[in-house]
Ligand binder design. Sequence first.
Ligand code: UDP
Length: 290
Amino acid sequence: MLEDGHEVIAMDNQVSGQNSNLEDIFYHDRFSFYEHDVTEYIHVAGELDWVCHLASLASPIFYRRNPIKTLKVGALGTHKTLGLAKAKDAKYLFTSTSEVYGDPEVNPQPESYRGNVDPYGPRSCYDESKRYGESLVRSYREQHDLDVRVVRIFNTYGPRMRIDDGRVIPTFVRQALANEDLTVYGDGTQTRSFCYVSDLIDGLLALIDSDLQTPVNLGNPDERTVNELAETIIDLTGSQSGVTHEPLPPQDPQVRRPDITKAKEELQWEPEVPLTDGLERSIEYFAQHV
Ligand code: UDP
């Protein structure tokens, strides 16, 4: 956005974010940073064209350690940022998640699938707060005529993730680089579909440029088992690591793959970076930052 000439204000409470990720832009003329928790009232002077709410803990180990914060950022944070957009007459982007589909009974998941979520389950703090967030966004659109975008983001990875993020790619890469066994949860036959960060960003910008006011999936439909992912990372790092199996976390989704027909048709978007290329770039980053 800075490269495109926009003025950008970022807000983060640093619960899972890292200031070091802002080093390259921190002193940019058109960039400012507020340390702020979006569940609290937000004051911004001047006009805004867009409010983009991307804040959340997104890693299962982080949100299971902080379930109340996770619920608050999806519910109160969405309310505060919607209120800001309404006050500024700005457009609004909400980043929802593939987790609204829960442990899906259909694969791949189209936007029309309503999901299989346990409201009292161990992942519900994340899933249900994002489902509530979507409902709040829809309601601001209906009641206040706010111009909104809702994106359901599927597993995304790349440089600048925390090495202790806990999600599968940073964890496996850290383990492979240290020649430690990769910890595959369960039998490793569960699947995920991994999207490289630059593809995701291109999708978000395409959505911002569009008029699409209903939820759209963004992700890479290249579906892999966790076992395959472990083997690929061991190969690419040339590691001596083996694999150990640990218990599958309760209600870990068995399959996940986006149906991206809508994004292709409405946004003319589809991911371009193959898994091995994205993993190589991520491994290079993690090797420098371990
Ligand atoms: N996983 C694993 N070992 C790890 C971390 C994760 O086998 O050290 C598995 C996890 O059980 C899930 C998949 O990898 O089936 C993706 O997990 P992640 O935490 O990255 O995100 P999720 O897609 O579950 O939100």
